[in-house]
Design a protein around this ligand. Structure first.
Ligand code: PEP
Ligand code: MG
Length: 443
């Protein structure tokens, strides 16, 4: 248990030391254009980063879909996780170029390289500004397929940011953030107020998909004592924990149901692996709904366990929609920990085996007339967007800063070409080959 929480423990230790020695880490000012190189970063380090000075970071720990990487995306910061430890030996002030898209940190760059990078950053900024101008228009492919581009959020602040950049709703509200901000389980009233606040920001007609509590794995809750597990990612995570703590689950379900009248709320269960779990969660939700006497809300599940993807056709009968959590679906399909630094280069949702899972999910949903979205990190990856669209995904839920870019990209695509591309990708042997199909230079 302590090993798992080593970073948190070090964070606390460091804070105590800082207080004892009178060092004011909170007010530490990084120089302009800082690239931070660290063993690991904690969520509290992230909260203290000044994005006007820190332009990106690299950590030795973690992977592209670990939760610090998710926070980086929502802050619009380029980052590399799982970098070689020797970078920590670089003296402060060493000029480096961080390419978050390619996952490369370049040292000893020539003047030309530095200039070239500055020019491409400026070009990217211009493109971002142009994308932002059209951010409130829908994302429709050249041949008329509309893709809903919605936001992954964890708070009302994120919801407000999403509305400013053309978000068409929320495809994933990670409610565990509501639970992480407090030191005891949040009450029904507290949760209701948070969900209502978010629904009010998003407005009466746009969807807000509220994912029920997904703790366990790499997201423990400090106030929730859980027995040590050999394999927390394969243990009591997500909905499984809910069944073990029915009061925690029912309280949240009630809060969601009560808030649901404030807008267009949908609910989504995480980590569903068996149809029985889905039926049980639905039954609890329905029981609470009837007690409260509120109207029914749409119910979906995350497809993030291979068992659910391969049997999607069966699951589809019992849901209104699926949202594919490629972060977990990739780690479980490939049996590679999403936070493992050495495996990080291979934990790629564009691996054809993961694409096959997505394909099965969409086909299964189609048979029952249900729609499929993707809310894992790959939904905002420019090399993945055409392939996901081609596989029949209707909604992309992405980190807030990339909403305008993803919408702009969809407008350049043709559904029929994307479909061909996706079929080709499904026949390839590796994620690298799939990425070669959609070269970054062409984007
Ligand atoms: C996922 O697994 O892809 C997902 C969106 O959920 P989380 O990253 O919160 O596990
Ligand atoms: Mg997940």
């Amino acid at each position: 248990m302590l090993a798992q929480r080593a970073t948190d423990l070090r964070d606390v230790g460091d804070r105590v030391l800082r207080i004892l020695t009178g060092v004011q880490a909170e007010s530490f000012t990084y120089p302009e254009n800082t690239i931070l190189l660290a063993e690991d970063l904690t969520p509290s380090d992230m909260a203290n980063l000044d994005p006007s000075r820190v332009k990106g970071f690299c950590t030795v720990a973690g992977g592209a879909t670990s939760h610090v990487a998710i926070m980086a995306r929502s802050m619009g910061l380029p980052a590399i996780a799982g970098i070689e430890p020797r970078v920590l030996d670089l003296p402060d002030g060493t000029p480096v170029i961080l390419d978050g898209t390619k996952g490369k940190l370049r040292l000893n760059s020539s003047t030309e390289e530095l200039e070239h990078t500055q020019t491409s950053i400026a070009r990217q900024k211009e493109k971002q500004a142009a994308d932002l101008e059209r951010a409130f228009e829908p994302a429709i492919t050249q041949d008329g397929r509309q893709i809903e581009v919605v936001a992954n959020i964890g708070s009302q602040k994120d919801a407000e940011a999403a509305m400013k950049v053309g978000g068409e709703g929320v495809g994933l509200l990670r409610t565990e953030y509501v639970f992480m901000e407090v030191s005891a389980p949040p009450s029904e009233e507290h949760q209701e107020a948070v969900y209502r606040g978010i629904l009010a920001v998003i407005g009466p007609d746009r969807p807000v998909i509220i994912r029920t509590l997904d703790v366990g794995g790499d997201k423990p809750l400090p106030y929730l004592a859980m027995p040590a597990e050999e394999n927390p990612f394969l243990g009591e995570r997500g909905i499984r924990l809910g069944f073990d703590r029915p009061e925690l689950m029912r309280t949240q379900f009630r809060a969601i149901l009560r808030a649901s009248t404030a807008g267009r709320a949908l609910v989504m269960f995480p980590m569903i692996a068996q149809i029985e779990e889905l039926k049980m969660a639905r039954a609890v939700m329905e029981e609470e709904r009837q007690k409260l006497g509120v109207p029914p809300i749409e119910i979906g599940i995350m497809i993030e366990v291979p068992a659910a993807a391969v049997l999607a056709e069966r699951f589809a009968e019992y849901v209104d929609f699926f949202s594919i959590g490629t972060n977990d679906l990739t780690q479980y399909t490939l049996a590679m920990d999403r936070g493992h630094p050495k495996l990080a280069p291979y934990v790629d949702a564009l691996n054809p085996s993961v694409l096959k899972m997505i394909d099965l999910t969409v086909r299964g949903a189609d048979q029952h007339g249900k729609w499929v979205g993707v809310c894992g990190g790959v939904a905002g990856d420019p090399q993945a967007v055409p392939i996901l669209v081609g596989l029949g995904v209707k909604e992309l839920s992405v980190s807030v800063p990339v909403i305008p870019t993803v919408k702009a990209q969809v407008r350049t695509l043709s559904l029929s070409q994307c479909q061909e591309l996706a079929q080709t990708a499904l026949r390839l042997d590796s994620a690298a080959q799939v990425r070669e199909l959609v070269p970054l230079e062409d984007l």
